[in-house]
Write a protein that binds this ligand. Structure first.
Ligand SMILES: *[C@@H]1O[C@H](CO)[C@@H](O)[C@H](O)[C@H]1NC(C)=O
Ligand SMILES: *[C@@H]1O[C@H](CO)[C@@H](O)[C@H](O)[C@H]1NC(C)=O
Ligand SMILES: *[C@@H]1O[C@H](CO)[C@@H](O)[C@H](O)[C@H]1NC(C)=O
Ligand SMILES: *[C@@H]1O[C@H](CO)[C@@H](O)[C@H](O)[C@H]1NC(C)=O
Ligand SMILES: *[C@@H]1O[C@H](CO)[C@@H](O)[C@H](O)[C@H]1NC(C)=O
Ligand SMILES: *[C@@H]1O[C@H](CO)[C@@H](O)[C@H](O)[C@H]1NC(C)=O
Ligand SMILES: *[C@@H]1O[C@H](CO)[C@@H](O)[C@H](O)[C@H]1NC(C)=O
Ligand SMILES: *[C@@H]1O[C@H](CO)[C@@H](O)[C@H](O)[C@H]1NC(C)=O
Ligand SMILES: *[C@@H]1O[C@H](CO)[C@@H](O)[C@H](O)[C@H]1NC(C)=O
Ligand SMILES: *[C@@H]1O[C@H](CO)[C@@H](O)[C@H](O)[C@H]1NC(C)=O
Length: 876
């Protein structure tokens, strides 16, 4: 004999008041009666549960009441309901304790509230995941859905989705905290299939008052079963499931003493997984010559047993993992050979597994957009999860959906939304924002600087507002660089001319709040004017005024397609060199020469990270860093486009590959340039960037022999493989690699300092980092050896033939040797290195002014130096 789960709440009809309401703890209960007038609440007479209005949990829908003739069959919490004639998706937001296991119950009683008897069908969602379909087939029957679920956030969205089959509604929603150790699944949440109080005649819907967890128990008996009961209390608090005593004190037993108890059902679908919990307790005081023990099989296979339930003690049988998926589940409980009495069962619970796999939107984004919504009193139906599920993202938002990671908000369009007031600082918390449109509102106040902290922002539209003050210099700079498309037109008080200066002081000074700030301020102002002048020159047909009003500076397309790369490089015609991360080709965009580095696809991260890293690198600007012009990412074709450096890399010049020999001044200048580039990466960037692969091939020289660092930050795009394997591509190059790395496995800024020291030694000596001879001596060992001999002449590249100031050289050697200290703590910072190198350069320049020329002479000064190999750190 089979059974189906059915809508047992109707059985609460005509509950007698005889049910004693036990004084139980309601703490942690959330009991919401939907459609109840705002601020009202009541205590349900039979259960003693306090219900509150749903008005604070939702801001849409219409209050309704069920037909009065149906009321008397039901408890008060379903007398009202909230219907949702508008919007595809309406959501309740209910604050919960994250990590707590909850029994969540949603009640639907149509009750002919509309007087039309239109019975709807709609979908019920928990957060971004579908929980169930609600099908109302009889307006006087209630539909109840229960879910045992552990929320991962401190709120839950319960959403009703209109599927075009009638108006969704909700009568009541309840949350009941459960013990952690109950209803444990291997994965997924549990939806109630059936919960039966077997062998009961008096049960008219036991729940809270009897059950500490407020589970509903439905009476159940099959025609060939006999009911047993005891008047004793079976209250076993040692059993974590705590089935209520009133449920456990009745049991079913087969009518035929030798027959088994059979319970069976057919599966909902070919994939549904079930968990089953059977509760047993002896209800008969057994004589000495009586015994009751039984086994249980599932589809003919032994499932458990033998067990002999104790009097006044509850034993719960369940499997820790879901039952094997079958078309039909046949449980058979039968007595063992020794048993004198037939089997019994007191209660059974059956659940199906719900996999709620879609993750909620990243909580920081949810919090930020919720604040923005409340700040501006946005009237749209913005409910539930902003991004998920994908088809129901909030109007005006776009999100990124990246596999298992929570969705993030990437664009926000609040154009023409009646926004009043200043630009909300909460916008800056939407850190993944790429597109922001606040146009055509009544926004006042300044364009806040925090907008420039949104590093992914590529589109910003502030047109047609009442904004005042001036545009943050950083935004203008990014717009100038083509990183940002900025539109600010039709803001009558937003200024861009000299008359703005005073106004701007008023706005900015209180923020800067220091005297030093004034200097910064004037720099910003100057930057703006410079920017303006530059634009004016570019576009002489437009006046400054119109220019600043419409700074819709079209970004040069930063992302290139592969076919564009083919065109740019003329089918990769000319190889410039081979860098750490791939081959570099010559190219031309319009008439500007560029270098295109095609990346080996092996270990590159996903597109999103690649793109965000590259965009970040495109924002790093320093005269000693090669400028990243653009990038390409198409399948395995990944390319980076750099400014072209006419004189190639430093390596070629040191190795003698090139005919001209760099003189001492040029060498120290190149070293200083590279050091400044590194200093900027370490101390001028937030967050600091470690180069991690400083070497002569990564120092490029332009037509004036000014040096720029290349390939910075790329090691972030190409993550190291766990640090166990030192790849020359990824974690540095032998000879340049920080020896401390072997101990710590961690490359830091001081690792860059070490590598720079090696490069500086090469610049000084023109010798390779590691001698190609059999000994494979490291350059630092060789220099140490020479220093010990006091032989500065033989340290510096002999091809210079002594044409340098010996003090300048000594200083350079000293800096290099401190940089290559084995312990990172002894190494200077790049800022200190820059200071010392500049001093070395000054000495050399003064020496040349005295009439020394960079030409070949034989006059080599010998200085008697008290040399030590263990150099102390440089003076600060
Ligand atoms: C509910 O109570 C709040 C605060 O007590 C009050 O501001 C609000 O007007 C009340 N709403 C209704 C509908 O009574
Ligand atoms: C709805 O249910 C009630 C009682 O549960 C029953 O009397 C009535 O006939 C049912 N209506 C329909 C249309 O099935
Ligand atoms: C419940 O279990 C989770 C994980 O199993 C644990 O993190 C949490 O602390 C537990 N809570 C309680 C109240 O035991
Ligand atoms: C208990 O069993 C007795 C005898 O079968 C029956 O009269 C009584 O109604 C039962 N009580 C309950 C609560 O089922
Ligand atoms: C009782 O059950 C046994 C075993 O299932 C069966 O052989 C017997 O005929 C049944 N007795 C009655 C009276 O149904
Ligand atoms: C079991 O013992 C009781 C008395 O304790 C007795 O009345 C009954 O007949 C015995 N039953 C059997 C099957 O031996
Ligand atoms: C059963 O246990 C409850 C609580 O543990 C106790 O109050 C009651 O007296 C016990 N009954 C018997 C018959 O042992
Ligand atoms: C009950 O199960 C036990 C353990 O698997 C087994 O030894 C015993 O034979 C079973 N009894 C019956 C009647 O199947
Ligand atoms: C969101 O994406 C859709 C489809 O790509 C696009 O049509 C729409 O303009 C985007 N909206 C925003 C606010 O970016
Ligand atoms: C932004 O919203 C406005 C007004 O609703 C609309 O006209 C515009 O097309 C939207 N922009 C995008 C990119 O979707």
């Amino acid at each position: 004999m089979g059974f189906k789960h059915f809508n047992f709440f109707a059985l609460l009809a005509g509950l007698s008041l005889l049910l004693v309401v036990h004084a139980q703890d309601q703490s942690g209960f959330i009991s919401v009666a939907c459609g109840l007038p705002a601020n009202s609440s009541f205590t349900e007479k039979r259960t003693g549960i306090n219900y509150i209005s749903d008005a604070t949990f939702i801001d849409s829908g219409i209050d309704n009441s069920i037909s009065p003739d149906i009321r008397r069959y039901y408890q008060q919490q379903v007398w009202n309901l909230r219907s949702f004639p508008q919007g595809n998706r309406n959501c309740y937001t209910i604050n919960v304790r994250r990590g707590t296991k909850y029994l969540i119950r949603a009640n639907f009683l149509h009750g002919n509230y509309d007087g039309k008897g239109n019975l709807p069908q709609f979908d019920l969602y928990v957060g971004p995941n579908k929980w169930d379909t609600i099908e109302v087939v009889n307006s006087s029957d209630s539909v109840v859905k229960e879910l045992i679920h552990v929320p991962s956030l401190n709120y839950i969205h319960v959403c009703l989705v209109n599927t075009g089959l009638g108006t969704p509604f909700l009568s009541a929603i309840e949350f009941r905290p459960l013990e952690n150790a109950t209803y444990v699944t291997q994965s997924g949440s549990l939806a109630l299939f059936s919960r039966l109080d077997t062998g009961s005649k008096s049960n008219q819907g036991y729940r809270y008052g009897n059950d500490v967890y407020d589970r509903y128990w439905q009476p159940y008996i099959q025609f060939d079963w006999t009911d047993l009961n005891t008047s004793l209390t079976i209250d076993d608090s040692r059993n974590v499931y705590q089935p209520p005593s009133v449920v456990m004190s009745t049991a079913a037993t087969p009518g035929n003493d030798s027959a088994p108890l059979e319970i069976s059902w057919e599966s909902d679908s070919a994939t549904t997984e079930y968990y089953v919990y059977m509760h047993f307790a002896e209800v008969v005081e057994l004589n000495a010559n009586q015994s009751r023990s039984f086994n249980c099989t599932l589809n003919g296979n032994h499932w458990f047993g033998p067990i002999a339930p104790n009097y006044n003690k509850t034993i719960t049988m369940f499997s820790p993992s879901a039952l094997k998926v079958e078309a039909k589940y046949d449980f058979s409980i039968f007595k063992t050979e020794k048993s004198t009495l037939p089997p019994i069962i007191n209660a059974i619970e059956i659940y199906t597994v719900k996999y709620l796999l879609q993750s909620d939107t990243y909580q920081g984004d949810v919090d930020a957009i919720a604040k923005i919504k409340s700040t501006y009193g946005i009237k749209r139906i913005w409910q539930g999860d902003p991004c998920a599920p994908k088809g129901y993202a909030w109007e005006g938002l776009n999100c990124s959906y990246d596999g298992d990671t929570p969705p993030r908000i990437t664009s926000l369009n609040l154009s023409s939304s009646g926004l009043v007031g200043g630009i909300s600082a909460d916008i800056s918390s939407l850190v993944m924002l790429q597109y922001l449109d606040l146009s055509n509102n009544n926004l006042i106040g300044p364009v806040p600087n925090f907008l420039s902290q949104l590093i992914h922002l590529s589109d910003l539209n502030l047109e047609r507002n009442q904004l005042s003050g001036s545009i943050p210099a950083e935004l203008i700079a990014r717009s100038d660089n083509g990183l940002l498309s900025l539109s600010v037109g039709d803001n009558p008080n937003l200024c861009g001319s000299g008359s703005c200066k005073k106004k701007e002081n008023n706005i900015v000074v209180p923020i800067v709040a220091s005297l030093g700030g004034l200097l910064i301020l004037s720099l910003i102002v100057a930057a703006i004017f410079l920017g303006l002048r530059r634009r004016k020159q570019q576009d002489k047909t437009k006046g400054i005024e119109s220019n600043i009003q419409n700074v819709s500076l079209e970004s040069t397309q930063r992302q290139f397609t592969y076919s564009e790369l083919l065109k740019i490089t003329n089918n990769f015609e000319m190889i410039l060199g081979k860098g750490g991360f791939g081959i570099v080709y010559h190219g031309k965009i319009d008439d500007t020469q560029v270098a295109v580095k095609m990346l080996s696809p092996s270990s590159v991260q996903g597109f999103q990270q690649f793109q965000s890293e590259v965009k970040l690198l495109m924002m790093v600007h320093h005269r000693n860093l090669t400028t990243l012009v653009g990038y390409c990412y198409e399948g395995t074709n990944m390319g980076l486009i750099y400014e072209y450096m006419a004189n190639g890399d430093l390596e070629a010049h040191l190795s003698g590959e090139k005919t001209n020999i760099l003189n001492w001044e040029e060498r120290i200048q190149i070293a200083t340039d590279a050091a400044q580039g590194l200093e900027y990466l370490h101390h001028g960037c937030r967050p600091p960037i470690c180069h991690r692969d400083v070497k002569p091939t990564n120092i490029l020289l332009n037509e004036k022999f000014h040096a720029k660092l290349a390939d910075f930050g790329l090691s972030k795009i190409f993550p190291t493989d766990g640090g166990t394997h030192v790849s020359t591509v990824v974690a540095g190059t032998p000879g340049y690699l920080d020896p401390e790395y072997y101990i710590s496995n961690w490359l830091t800024e001081k690792s860059d300092v070490y590598s720079f020291g090696v490069v500086l030694l090469e610049i000084i000596t023109s010798r390779p980092a590691i001698e190609k001879s059999n000994e494979r001596t490291h350059i630092s060992q060789w220099v140490s050896l020479m220093l010990a001999k006091g032989d500065i002449k033989s340290i510096v590249d002999a091809r210079l033939r002594g044409n340098f100031n010996i003090n300048s050289a000594w200083k350079a050697v000293e800096i290099a040797m401190t940089c290559v200290s084995t312990t990172s703590a002894k190494r200077p910072t790049m800022s200190q290195v820059v200071v010392e190198l500049k001093e070395s350069l000054t000495i050399e320049l003064a020496y040349m002014k005295e009439g020394h020329e960079h030409e070949t002479t034989d006059s080599i000064e010998m200085i008697d130096m008290n040399l030590t190999t263990d150099l102390t750190p440089l003076a600060r």
